[in-house]
Design a protein around this ligand. Structure first.
Ligand code: ADP
Ligand code: GLC
Length: 476
């Protein structure tokens, strides 16, 4: 089967969060048995130079394109450049719309840009004559409405990675479309008076998936549907939750070249200790006592990730022996508070502002615990990375976190610490439990349970196969 994915992110070229990791690892697994293509924007600052094959496609105009529209004019000047990565063909959309960007999101014209990119992805699916089209999040959702209205419609899938971001904006901003190839005006894609790309994807896709069964359930009700739960309920029969997998070539303490000392289940204690020493040296805090529990936190500092609750709990439980290393950037107030703690409590708290892939691996390998106090979490990858690195996750009971971390009273099944509700006292109590677990003989069992978990795509890829099949049957 020939599958074309359309996405704004793909590791290691464009990564802002888990979407990049998820898609790179899923497509690598799919490429073992299928022909897999991925359409991506080409931005100025890529994480790595692609392995260009030299092939490119200029003929980007769909057969039914109407001359004279802005979209068509821009597409005529653009091209898809082919590259190869782990058996997957990548098609970078080389256009003036994206070429100057250092970062993929957050600019005011992003709705316009992603509309044109979606148009190009739809066109590419026709050029490559694929059997299935798979779009991810709102950035590429409009290509699904083109697929749906096309005389040559193909089976399609839409994966929701995060319903909090919907690409909604006032209708006048899409005035540039003139001919409105996406049927934005005539279709019910408005939501609270705004044009909503996510809704367009949900109404147009053959099948919808999201990245964990737990999050699927949560999005069928408000407030977790972010206003779109009524649409998801209408499409409930075509909506599946499939847990993300991870790439064992990238996240595996036995082969990880970014960490100070590789290790496995047999020697994790020594391995993690060496990594802790290495990390403390690296961040300029060599005097932090090595025997005290270290808690790692990594992530986008946004509302979703629940950092304010963490701060409250941290301040209330200052007496605990925990040390903290935090990596992330985002909300300025949170950043400033973290900087303040890092300056005033250097033996307890360290904050690195920014994006740093190597440091993320080093924190996973060095930490004893990994904290994810998310208010909602479609899947979350770091709790799974933590499992394979023998780092006990402390998570709120939401979405993919509750599907993957189990604080079972039966020690055979315990794979972390889970707290609910998400407030400072239950998080504080979870930090107390971490203190006890750190010195308890139970810790060895928990680490063994975690490091034996299989979070790879091997089985879960088959769940996507079933959904592709359903999408194909719909069109037969
Ligand atoms: P989300 O996609 O919501 O950000 P996930 O847990 O699915 O959350 O994935 C986040 C990914 O991005 C993980 O691989 C994490 O290590 C990485 N990441 C987040 N922030 C940073 C950062 N500042 N530096 C390095 N990696 C980061
Ligand atoms: C989103 C979600 C995260 C998920 C990732 C990959 O960014 O916030 O929970 O793991 O996508 O699917």
């Amino acid at each position: 089967m020939k599958i074309l994915h359309a996405s704004a992110e793909y590791f290691p070229y464009i990564k802002m969060g888990g979407l990049a990791d998820m898609l790179a690892s899923l497509t690598k697994e799919q490429a073992r048995t299928e022909e897999v293509y991925v359409a991506l924007p080409l931005i100025a600052k890529l994480g790595k130079e692609p392995n260009w094959t030299g092939k490119e496609y200029r003929a980007l105009l769909p057969e039914d394109a109407k001359e004279g529209t802005m979209a068509v004019t821009l597409l005529a000047k653009a091209r898809f450049r082919e590259a190869e990565e782990s058996g997957v063909k990548l098609y970078f959309f080389d256009s003036e719309l994206f070429s100057g960007l250092n970062s993929i999101y957050g600019q005011p014209e992003e709705h316009y840009r992603f509309a044109i990119f979606s148009y190009a992805c739809y066109a590419l699916s026709q050029i490559l004559k694929v059997d299935a089209f798979h779009a991810h999040d709102w950035h590429t959702a409009l290509s699904l409405s083109l697929q749906k209205n096309s005389p040559r419609s193909i089976p399609s899938l839409f994966t929701i990675h995060n319903l909090a971001y919907q690409g909604d904006h006032p209708f006048w901003m899409t005035g540039f479309l003139k001919e409105d190839p996406f049927c934005l005006i005539t279709s019910p894609f408005d939501q609270d008076g705004k044009c909503n790309y996510m809704k367009a994807g949900l109404l147009s896709a053959g099948q919808i998936t999201t990245v964990s069964p737990g999050y699927r359930e949560e999005t069928l009700r408000e407030p977790n549907g972010f206003g779109l739960s009524y649409v998801l309920n209408k499409r409930k029969a075509d909506y599946t939750g499939i847990l993300n997998g991870i790439d064992p070539d990238e996240w595996n303490p036995e082969v990880d070249k970014r960490i100070f000392q590789t290790y496995n289940l047999q020697n994790w204690k020594v391995g993690k200790r060496k990594n802790k020493e290495g990390l403390y040296r690296e961040i300029g805090r060599p005097n932090i006592p090595i025997d005290l529990p270290l808690i790692g936190l990594i992530g986008r500092l946004t509302y979703q990730k629940g950092f304010p609750t963490f701060l409250q709990a941290f301040l209330e439980r200052r007496h605990l022996p925990h040390r903290y290393v935090v990596l992330g950037s985002g909300d300025m107030e949170t950043e400033n508070t973290f900087f303040h703690l890092s300056d005033t409590m250097p033996d307890v708290f360290y904050f690195y502002k920014g994006y740093n892939e190597s440091l993320a691996h080093q924190i996973e390998a060095a930490s004893d615990f990994f904290l994810m106090p998310s208010l909602f979490e479609p899947c979350g990858l770091n709790q799974m990375y933590s499992h394979v690195y023998g780092t006990i996750p402390i998570v709120s009971r939401v979405g993919g976190l509750r599907d993957t971390v189990d604080e079972s009273i039966d020690i055979q099944f315990k794979t972390g610490i889970v707290f609910e509700p998400n407030d400072k006292s239950s998080l504080g109590y979870a930090l107390e439990r971490a203190k006890d677990l750190f010195v308890s003989p139970e810790r060895d069992h928990v680490v063994k349970n975690m490091m034996n978990l299989d979070w790879t795509w091997t089985k879960r890829k088959l769940e996507y196969d079933r959904v592709y099949k359903k999408a194909i049957e719909l069109l037969e």
